[in-house]
Ligand binder design. Structure first.
Ligand code: ADP
Length: 314
């Protein structure tokens, strides 16, 4: 298990990581989601030993990492740019760390074959890395960071430079791949869909701190604060009795008898549903509905009570 307790990392006066605590289980992928500049990369770099900690403790399987040099920590890193060694073949790139660690040739060969199978590039050993597509190069980089069998893999926007379709495919594949390799991971991204896709849990970070940690559905359906709800893209934040509430967009159903009168302002078809804006006493709210409502008409909507979530103001 990776344990992070009260970690602080400073650049001069800037507290980039401001007293952050979280545990990551051995077979868990934690997606770390947050806006640019919130301290995500700094957190990863401190865990890897590339940035000094001002205070706090980071332990891996009970061992205090502060006492270990970066290469002794059992922590692998993967970045947005694969940064492969040019004009060398795929095998030479993947086995680089193993050669540095003094592993003999036959062991290295076996490990490279095993890893190419894991990342779906069987038979690529002797390909020049300059001839690889972006997605293939990123898989080779992944194989290279997995080669020394790290206990924890830190991924810093690993799909940031890839096009949408390729990114979606890797988001589908990566969790299985990490689970198959039995590796804990922290996967940094600023893309909500990517975080929800890869994370067993999602941690949302702003200003060097964690706002909330939990399964994707809880982060989306049960945000604790208005700040988090807004960051997740929720629009239906209303004031009731002097405090903010989130009305989930899935909360409403059309009801001929009960419900409140609303005026339909706009509707658009998305992902098999109708995203519908309505004017209510509390302002404009947006709901996903099964049916198309006529723009300009007045309809009665029932809003499920358990889909109205109280929020902290911050
Ligand atoms: P993120 O990865 O979430 O985009 P970073 O960890 O890169 O955020 O940066 C967090 C904060 O620390 C930012 O305010 C950034 O400007 C600052 N920062 C990052 N690296 C350095 C550095 N080497 N020197 C000084 N400030 C830095």
């Amino acid at each position: 298990m990776l344990e992070i307790q009260d970690l602080v990392v400073r650049y001069g006066d800037v507290e980039a990581v401001a007293g952050l605590s979280i545990d990551v289980a051995d077979d868990e992928t934690l997606a770390l989601l947050g806006p640019s500049g919130c301290g995500k990369s700094t957190l990863l770099r401190a865990i890897a030993g590339l940035e000094a900690m001002a205070s706090g403790v980071v332990r891996l399987d009970g061992v205090d990492l502060a006492r270990l040099a970066p290469h002794e920590r059992g922590v692998g890193m993967m970045f947005q740019q694969p940064a492969l060694f040019p004009h060398r073949d795929v095998a030479a790139n993947i086995e680089f760390g193993l050669r540095m660690a003094g592993m003999e040739v036959s062991g290295r060969r076996r490990r490279v074959t095993e890893l190419l199978e894991l990342v779906g590039l069987v038979g690529y050993e002797s390909r020049d890395v300059m001839t690889l597509s972006g997605g293939e190069a990123q898989r080779v980089a992944l194989a290279r960071s997995l080669a020394p069998s790290p206990s924890v893999l830190l991924l810093d926007e690993p799909f940031g430079s890839l096009d949408r379709a390729l990114r979606d495919r890797l988001v589908d594949e990566l969790p299985d791949l990490l689970r198959a390799a039995g590796i804990a991971a922290i996967h940094v991204t600023h893309d909500h869909a990517e975080a929800f896709g890869v994370g067993d849990r999602v941690a949302v970070m702003t200003d060097g701190k964690l706002l909330q940690v939990g399964p994707a559905e809880d982060i989306w359906r049960k945000p604790e604060s208005a700040e988090l709800a807004r960051f997740m893209g929720h629009r239906n934040i209303v004031e009731r009795e002097g405090r903010p509430f989130l009305v989930l967009p899935t909360a409403a159903s059309v009801d001929a008898v009960g419900g409140v009168d609303t005026k339909v302002l706009a509707t658009r078809f998305r992902d098999g549903r109708f995203v519908t804006s309505v004017k209510t006493d509390e302002g404009v709210l947006e709901f996903v509905l099964q049916e198309r409502l006529a723009v300009g008409s007045t309809v009665k909507l029932t809003i499920a009570g358990d889909a109205v979530i109280p929020l902290e103001r911050a």
